[in-house]
Design a protein around this ligand. Structure first.
Ligand SMILES: Nc1ncnc2c1ncn2[C@@H]1O[C@H](COP(=O)(O)OP(=O)(O)OP(=O)(O)O)[C@@H](O)[C@H]1O
Ligand SMILES: [Mg+2]
Length: 265
């Protein structure tokens, strides 16, 4: 279980650029739960995810994984539990290296912690090919291709694989399909849901699409000005339509959302 208690975080405190990015955020996410996170620009979604990944340390509050207090753990130490895929396809992978080399880098992260893949180079390659085949993009036949030569969607699919290659528990997806065209985005979202389901990963996915927020996962959080203002699951969520969510979104933000395209895109 992932639990955040009374998390507060202020950027640049006491200066003209002070931002209260997280104000008293608490949430508990069950093992295997897939949570979508929505909210307007600057609401604190990425910052929330960063406190889970460990790249940002809260001023107050605690982050616990399976009851273990990891608040003071740096991101590197949490990497065995948490995998992240970024919005920008270029960020998660190394462009000049091949698909195989990128995957080998991801696999090597486990070596330090004694999870070395005692497969040898050949065995490892076969294992990568098997994983790539599951993506259904034919990338298993292009393992020598530099990542930079792939489309954004293919690249995000490989990023997803890299983030989840080693045994881990929590998958953090921060608008990881925002830079993709609709069909590639759909493919990558489907893959994300499949991987999360198959591996029983606890997943946090930020999206700007209300439709995707309801279509994927089993629970939806809405953030506004550093707070969680809506937390829905179960029957209440299954009955909710995109228009209802938009209305609540507007109410929470104190504005009417008149440009549906912006949030539905
Ligand atoms: N490193 C930082 N230094 C200073 N301010 C920051 C930093 N990171 C985020 N902020 C500020 O904290 C607030 C929350 O930012 P955050 O990136 O979490 O928003 P978001 O909900 O992810 O928005 P978006 O939808 O635009 O990605 C914003 O006002 C942002 O400007
Ligand atoms: Mg963000």
């Amino acid at each position: 279980m992932l639990s955040l208690s009374d998390i507060r975080l202020t950027f640049n405190p006491g200066t003209a650029t002070e931002v209260k990015a997280l104000r008293d955020v608490s949430m508990q996410i069950d093992e295997g739960e897939f949570v979508t996170v929505i909210g307007s620009n600057g609401a604190g979604k990425s910052t929330l995810l960063s406190t889970v990944v460990g790249t940002v340390k809260p001023d107050e509050g605690t982050v616990k994984l399976d009851g273990l207090d990891v608040t003071d753990w740096p991101a590197a130490k949490r990497a065995r539990y948490v995998g992240r895929v970024f919005q920008e396809p270029r960020l998660g992978t190394c462009s000049s290296l091949s698909i195989e080399e990128n995957l080998a880098l991801a696999a090597a992260r486990g070596k330090k912690r004694g999870l070395g893949l005692a497969l040898g180079k050949k065995g490892q390659k076969a294992m990568f090919a098997e994983h790539l085949e599951k993506l259904g993009l034919g990338l298993e036949h292009r393992m020598g291709t530099p990542i930079g030569a792939l489309s954004g969607g293919q690249r995000q699919a490989v990023s997803l694989l890299m983030a989840t290659l080693l045994p881990m528990k929590i998958l953090v997806l921060d608008e990881h399909t925002a830079a993709l065209d609709p069909s590639a985005a759909h493919k990558v979202l489907t893959l994300s849901a499949e991987i999360a389901e198959e591996r029983k990963l606890t997943t946090l996915m930020v999206t700007h699409s209300m439709r995707d927020a309801l279509a994927y996962g089993s629970r939806t959080l809405m953030m506004n000005a550093g707070r969680i203002v809506l937390d829905i699951k179960g029957e209440e969520r299954s009955k909710l339509k995109v228009s209802d969510l938009l209305e609540r979104f507007g109410r929470a933000a104190g504005t009417e959302i008149d440009d549906d395209q912006l949030v539905l895109a």
